[in-house]
Design a protein around this ligand. Structure first.
Ligand SMILES: C[S@@+](CC[C@H](N)C(=O)[O-])C[C@H]1O[C@@H](n2cnc3c(N)ncnc32)[C@H](O)[C@@H]1O
Length: 508
């Protein structure tokens, strides 16, 4: 068949697609690329396909173009309880283990479905947690679901499905959790829908882990049937970032066809029947230690109980919500008067997600100087990333005792308080931070989210506006202070999306 594009155009295009979306388009799939660009050219009013391709390849393409392309180039195929063994393992092995290990500690459970498509995966998780509501009563549950494709996300937020999405569910599942709308569609019960927070996220971008989008201190990441479409280099980079998002002992679920890959270096493969699940080592010394081929019988799904109202703690409120961890004070620069090998090493280990080892180095630094506020703040951050919020707060108080005028430390304290659900105390700490540094963009941003959560939309907009005008002082690629690697351009996008959804009356 005649080609629409020259080979050289297609070569450049597939390299740029890999860079911007991570997707792997070898020559055997170039026909799909051509078709996608032909449709995009028509949709966006380009004179012809070559103009459209030139626009994409000549400079960084806009977010809108990337998202439209994602709609044409990605596969949003998914269904409820897809690869059911994973849900069995989550319900019968992994969550009970987390509950057991955290007895007497912080009762928090954070799950992220990355590449969630139209929502069947995160809603399957939400339903599973609903089934476990007795075990999880008084737990703070957060289910984050992200995708690059805004159309899929819009459908996910609606929570309305046809029978095709139920092709693998056991008896009772659909009746218990969905309302038959009478026109061949089934609407998810609002109590379950509200347990999941959806957000846009291109996994290629370096925007996670981050306090801004709730992608840190995660217990379980589901990223199934996503990596298989990406170039090996991008997939490896994403898995390395996932490791930093996970708590020690946290789990990465991928699909069976993705496991035979070298991307997972640094994670421990754990064999369950019909599934390999990757775990971030250390910290949570598990019963399975030293026995990777665990023989755990995976029983068939138990019959679902009749629907009852949810008893779980309230799901995450308005989007975007800050995550557990909070930004450390800036990393010491070479030549800083207090630069010391243990602290430098601690920062390096922290950035690699090796929290236990980083804490050991900080401890060494604290032997040298027990009041080093940057060491204390880093320890605070490490504890927050490990979900140890009480200790994190203690550390932030200790750091502040030695450096009361640090806006960054007040901000750090505010984010931990927020994570503990102490919104009023958090707002007070944010205002202190702003009193000390009125240009602290993230303090305005976080206050905007807090006001939004309270329904104070005008006040929220005012804080968002201030954050936006402060962001105008940065180049798009500049990193925002206290943000743990978030760029100014990315934060602007997040504010733009949030405020436009607010203006459309959607606070979820
Ligand atoms: C086949 S679906 C998988 C859905 C679900 N995880 C499952 O296993 O049923 C793949 C999803 O990955 C998303 N995706 C592809 N590239 C992505 C990227 N760079 N960032 C975020 N999501 C991406 C697609 O939009 C699509 O919704």
């Amino acid at each position: 068949m005649k080609r629409l594009l020259e080979e050289s155009e297609l070569e450049k295009l597939s390299a740029d697609i890999a860079e911007q979306l991570g997707l792997h388009f070898p020559p055997s799939k170039w026909k799909t690329l051509e078709q996608a660009f032909a449709t995009l050219a028509r949709e966006q009013g380009f004179q012809d396909i070559h103009d459209c391709v030139a626009q994409f390849t000549s400079g960084p393409p806009g977010k809108e173009m990337i998202e439209s392309l994602a709609g044409y180039l990605t596969i949003a195929e998914t269904y409820f309880l897809r690869e059911a063994q994973y849900f069995n393992i989550l319900e019968q092995q992994i969550i009970p283990e987390i509950v057991r290990k955290r007895q007497g500690g912080e009762r928090r459970l954070r799950i992220w479905s990355a590449g969630c498509a139209t929502g069947e995966e995160p809603y399957s998780i939400a339903i599973l947690l609903h089934r476990m509501r007795t075990t999880l009563s008084n737990w703070e549950i957060s289910i984050l679901a992200t995708d690059i494709n805004p159309n899929s996300l819009a459908k996910a937020r609606e929570g309305v499905y046809t029978n095709w999405s139920f092709r693998n569910v056991p008896d009772g599942f659909q009746q218990a959790y969905f309302r038959n709308t009478g026109d061949g569609q089934f609407e998810l019960r609002p109590e379950i829908r509200e347990m999941v927070k959806f957000a846009g996220c291109n996994l290629v971008e370096d925007c996670y882990p981050s306090l801004i989008n709730d992608t840190n201190a995660i217990d379980v990441i589901f990223c199934r049937n996503v990596l298989m479409y990406l170039t090996p280099q991008i997939a490896a980079r994403i898995v390395a970032r996932f490791q930093r998002c996970l708590l020690d002992g946290g789990w990465l679920f991928v699909s069976p066809c993705e496991t035979a890959n070298p991307f997972f270096i640094g994670l421990e493969p754990i064999n369950f029947p019909n599934a390999i699940i990757y775990r971030k080592g250390s910290g949570m010394k598990s019963d399975h230690q030293g026995n990777k081929a665990i023989s755990i019988p995976t029983p068939p799904l138990k019959p679902l109980p009749a629907y009852r109202p949810i008893q779980l703690a309230a799901p995450s409120p308005a989007l975007p919500r800050t995550g557990a961890a909070s930004p450390p004070p800036s990393r010491p620069h070479p030549g800083d008067h207090c630069e010391t090998p243990p602290l430098q090493e601690a920062f390096t280990l922290y950035e690699q997600g090796a929290y236990e080892e980083a804490a050991e180095k900080v401890a060494l630094q604290l032997v040298l100087n027990s009041r080093d506020s940057r060491a204390l703040a880093l320890l605070c951050r490490i504890y927050a990333n490990q979900g140890r919020l009480t200790e994190a707060l203690q550390m932030s108080d200790q750091a502040l005792a030695g450096d009361k005028l640090s806006a960054g430390l007040h901000y750090l304290r505010a984010v931990i308080l927020l994570e503990q659900g102490k919104d009023e105390e958090s707002a007070a700490a944010l205002k202190k931070a702003l009193y000390l540094d009125q240009d602290l963009v993230l303090a305005h941003f976080t206050l905007a989210n807090l006001e939004q959560r309270k329904g104070q939309l005008k006040e929220s907009q005012r804080y968002f506006d201030t954050a936006l005008s402060l962001l105008d002082r940065y180049q798009p690629d500049d990193l925002i202070p206290e943000s743990d690697g978030m760029s100014a351009g990315r934060l602007k996008e997040i504010i733009g999306t949030t405020t436009s959804r607010l203006q459309q009356g959607d606070q979820g």
